[in-house]
Design a binder for this molecule. Structure first.
Ligand code: GUN
Length: 292
């Protein structure tokens, strides 16, 4: 039986720490942190994520404004909007919800965000600083994963950490965080072209699944006693649910749980930590903005 890494409890701890730090910040005479969210189009998942961000921010006392733009907006007009928010001193944190419509290049837009306001941590300057061990903003999902491990007092030093998935927003930054000198894991990053994936994952003391395929990791892929972190949030058709789908992770929880020492559930695991770390980054942005 694995210990459950409960995202709800751990994210509540983060939120309560952010809320306390924010109260102390405003008690010093500062205005509350302010987060601008740009949402292009009406992608239902993006709409739901943005609503969640608004709710979370309100809960800890961060002010937000969501700028909703038409799906057919020209890239140049979106860039102009980003420039306006970059120039607005009342905006501490700024994020553009991804994915963007096909006619807009995500990278061009991310590169236009002021790195000092880039609470997603996706700007090359912030990713570069992360690689150097000198971060300002850490992307929220990998940040949430290491925060979760820290709060559960799981020390990864010397562990074989195997990450399945090499994305810019999860796999690559997480590999960087885990191998840093303050964590000292030995990191392997696997991906769709990895030969004999199972040979790698079965060596993992810490296994992180970030592939985006429901139940991709089964019991045979996991070593006894492994710490298993499931980043997947996959919509699986389910007529018995009101919404017509249910959420499933990249890990077959029921099969893997008996083997693991610790495991995150989906929903209720990493996703909640991701949401909480955006709040932490927004507070960091407000502090840096006030110092600048
Ligand atoms: N789309 C899915 N996850 C994210 C995220 O963390 N930030 C942004 N901006 N868009 C996303």
């Amino acid at each position: 039986m694995a210990h459950l890494l409960d995202g709800s409890t751990l994210a509540d701890q983060v939120k309560s720490d952010v809320s306390a730090a924010l109260d102390a910040w405003t008690a010093e005479g500062h205005r509350p942190p302010y987060l601008s969210v740009v949402l292009v189009g009406t992608n239902p998942a993006s709409e739901a994520y943005v609503r969640g961000k608004e709710r979370d921010a309100a809960e800890v006392g961060i002010e937000t404004d969501t700028i909703r733009l038409e799906a057919d907006i020209a890239e140049a007009d979106l860039l102009e909007q980003v420039e306006d928010l970059n120039a607005d001193p009342s905006v501490d944190g700024l994020l553009v919800q991804l994915p963007l419509p096909d006619h807009i290049d995500d990278r061009t837009v991310i590169d236009a965000i002021d790195p000092a306001k880039d609470v997603d941590g996706f700007h090359p300057q912030n990713l570069g600083r992360l690689l150097l061990g000198n971060p300002s903003f850490i992307p929220a999902t990998p940040y949430g994963i290491v925060e979760m491990l820290d709060r559960a007092e799981i020390d990864v030093e010397g562990m074989n950490a195997v990450i399945v998935g090499r994305s810019n927003i999860v796999g690559k930054p997480l590999a960087t965080l885990l191998m840093q000198r303050d964590r000292n894991a030995t990191v392997t990053v696997c991906h769709s072209r990895t030969r004999n994936l199972t040979a790698h994952t079965r060596e993992a003391d810490l296994l992180v699944a970030a592939v985006g395929r429901a139940h991709f990791i089964g019991a045979d892929q996991v070593q006894d006693g492994a710490v298993v972190i499931d980043v997947g949030i996959n919509r699986v058709d389910d007529d018995s649910r009101e919404k017509g789908y249910r959420l499933e992770g990249d890990v077959d929880f029921d099969a893997v749980e008996p083997r693991a020492s610790y495991i995150t559930p989906v929903p209720g695991g990493v996703g909640l930590m991701t949401r909480a770390m955006l709040l932490q980054n927004t507070l960091t942005a407000a502090r840096q903005n006030a110092d600048a």
